[in-house]
Design a protein. Structure first.
Length: 654
């Protein structure tokens, strides 16, 4: 494989302030390097020590890492624990009255739930599940809005040893059916509806539709949380209201002590490419990754008000909403609504209102908020913030700088985190009291994470060449298998062409300081006239133009160049048409030529009012590739937040 060319140049460096370094969990570069050396010198001992210190065990483990059936690794497998006990019970004596959850509803009303209250609610619902015949190892589908109930449902499953699979509330009946049948669910937990942007949106009809199709016969009951009080179809033999299921149940439920490798949950990838994969995570290893990454990357303090804006339907909402913060006894915000309603100041108003100190969101949300109100953060008191984070995709340098200067007021380090559904927790990210940051770089691997950039045969790249991002050694929070399809797991993540390395599926390069720069998914690498270019770098160049709010770049076949570059662009102003559009296209092509080089100039630029995204903010690049090729879109687009945009983006201005 020829190496992937890095065409993005970024030289700005931001060191953490002295006060931040002084009070940091990992204070200074020497402390970070010492942790890395400890892991290198005794890899399994490093993780075993952390597992004993950070997790409460009912039966201590004696075996650390079992590699006998690699790549199906097992960590701490003879130990026994319970994830819900680790998130709730162990905090009750010391901080039972501490606020665990601050729930802000779509309408702005706020509810606080203490650890004692959350524990009682989880126990009560766990008993309700048991009363419906749910037990150890049963699979439960959770299809709920962002709510306290979503966390209660997940924790209740963990408490009794049931395996939950959360499905994002924006997914269609078809997507829900796929997951119910693949996982062999016994019970579904849903709501009548949810509130988003001031509107009540139904949820239960999708469940009814999914269950009416073949393959769902194992589902015996549907528990329905009454959120919107809207009318719903009702199957008296199958459906039961949440409040009725809980009626008369005890607030005490003894946890099921499970083996360390017992599956905590199965989470399906979003399905934007191909058949969804049920990523299976263990209990102990996953929990350890959640705990250590919050301590290291978010520099956790007991006084923090933590807000991760992700939905629990995604891995970020599992690790940094439902499990990680609670395992540390943190106070966190859960938000039902959207960042643009009733206006684009909603995030900043909530940070002021709840005194949020650690704020973690997606680059897509940041770019959208820049477009809709770049000066809005200045109207709010954001002095409670001490740390910012980004997740989900590489953040382009200009959005990073706006986040740093306008939201963080030049004093909050930014944790740009690289990780995946499959990794369970952060893998490459700055420890904010130790590592200087560079806009657009996720910086350096966490202690104990042995990352590298290699060619297709596993040989290391030279210097700053781009290549495949790999992890060389197993780590506790890693994917264990794909549910029901171990062959697909092995082929996809541990291909025979690589010497036992985990293949992340991303391309990356390292700069002269060893910092990692993610260049995009391997399948998003363009081959233009023999040059292999990462799409993210072209997108970053486009977004750096003063007129551009968002951009997405894909390739389409070209008989001379191999692939041509097609850019979809959202401006900070109204969508241009006619001659004006052609003039802006020329400006943007020249801009990219100057920023990167002529080879990276888009052959086509298409303007839209926005980009096709799921309701979580993920850009559906598969659809953009189909549009670029002129293909008819026949796949399910019900998960899109804005399906009408596809017609707009068919128009090409070259």
């Amino acid at each position: 494989m020829s190496s992937i060319e890095s065409v993005l140049t970024e030289n700005r460096v931001f060191s953490p302030g002295e006060a931040f370094v002084k009070n940091a969990t990992v204070s200074g570069m020497a402390a970070y390097q010492a942790l890395c050396r400890e892991a290198e010198q005794d890899y399994t001992g490093f993780w075993a020590k952390l597992a004993r210190e950070e997790i409460g065990w009912q039966t201590p483990f004696t075996q650390i890492l079992d590699e006998s059936k690699a790549p199906f690794y097992r960590w701490f497998h003879d130990g026994k624990l319970n994830a819900s006990w680790n998130c709730l019970d162990r905090h009750l004596s010391a901080c039972g009255d501490k606020t665990a959850l601050i729930f802000e509803a779509d309408d702005g009303s706020a509810t606080k739930v203490s650890y004692k209250q959350l524990h009682a609610r989880v126990c009560r619902f766990a008993n309700a599940l048991k009363a419906q015949g749910v037990g150890l190892g049963d699979r439960i589908i959770i299809y709920l809005p962002m709510s306290v109930e979503a966390v209660v449902a997940m924790q209740a499953c963990a408490r009794i040893g049931a395996i939950h699979s959360v499905v994002f509330g924006g997914f269609s009946a078809k997507s829900l059916h796929e997951r119910i049948t693949d996982v062999g669910a016994k019970l579904v937990i849903t709501a009548d509806g949810q509130f988003r942007g001031g509107k009540a949106m139904p949820l239960k009809p999708a469940v009814d539709d999914a269950l009416s199709q073949a393959g769902c016969e194992a589902v015996g009951k549907v528990i329905v949380y009454k959120r919107t009080d809207g009318e719903v179809a009702w199957n008296a033999e199958r459906d039961i209201w949440w409040h009725d299921a809980e009626a008369g149940q005890s607030d005490v439920c003894e946890p099921a002590w499970v083996e360390a490798e017992h599956p905590l949950f199965i989470l399906y990838t979003s399905g934007s490419t191909g058949k969804p994969k049920g990523v299976q995570h263990s209990t102990a290893g996953y929990l350890l990754g959640a705990i250590t990454s919050i301590q290291w990357v978010f520099d956790y303090k007991d006084s923090d008000i933590f807000w991760c804006t992700a939905d629990v339907g995604w891995i970020t909402g599992h690790t940094y909403v439902a499990y990680g913060p609670l395992a540390l006894g943190a106070t966190e915000v859960i938000f039902e609504g959207v960042p643009t309603w009733p206006d684009a100041g909603r995030f900043w108003q909530m940070i002021e209102k709840h005194k949020v100190s650690v704020f973690y969101t997606a680059p897509t949300a940041i770019r959208s908020l820049i477009k809709l109100g770049g000066d809005l953060p200045k109207k709010y008191d954001l002095t409670s913030l001490r740390l910012l984070g980004t997740v989900g995709e590489p953040i382009n340098p200009e959005a990073w700088m706006w986040y740093y200067e306008t939201v963080g007021q030049g004093r909050c380090p930014i944790a740009d985190t690289w990780w995946q559904t499959e990794t369970g927790a952060h893998m490459i990210a700055p420890l904010p009291g130790a590592i200087a940051t560079k806009p657009g770089s996720c910086t350096l691997p966490l202690p104990g994470i042995m990352a590298d950039v290699v060619r297709e045969d596993g040989s290391p790249v030279s210097g700053t060449e781009g290549g495949l991002l790999v992890i060389k050694k197993p780590w506790p929070s890693m994917i264990r298998t794909i549910w029901g399809n171990p062959d697909r797991f092995q082929r996809g993540y541990y291909p025979d062409s690589l010497p036992g390395y985990y293949l992340a599926g991303d391309s990356a390069h390292k700069d002269a300081d060893g910092y990692y720069w993610i260049m995009g998914r391997i399948d998003d690498v363009l081959n233009v006239s023999g040059h292999r270019l990462g799409t993210m770098e072209i997108e970053s160049a486009l977004v750096a133009h003063p007129l551009v709010a968002e951009a997405a770049v894909v390739g389409k076949p070209h008989e001379i160049k191999g692939e041509s570059i097609v850019a979809y662009v959202v401006l900070k102003r109204a969508r241009p048409e006619g001659e004006e559009a052609k003039q802006i296209v020329a400006q943007l092509r020249d801009w990219v030529g100057k920023e990167i080089g002529p080879i990276a100039k888009p052959d086509e630029i298409r303007f839209g009012d926005n980009l096709p995204k799921t309701r979580s903010g993920k850009i559906m690049r598969r659809l953009l590739r189909s549009l670029a090729k002129g293909e008819e879109i026949t796949s399910d687009i019900s998960t899109l937040d804005n399906p009408a945009i596809l017609e707009q983006l068919k128009q090409s201005i070259s």
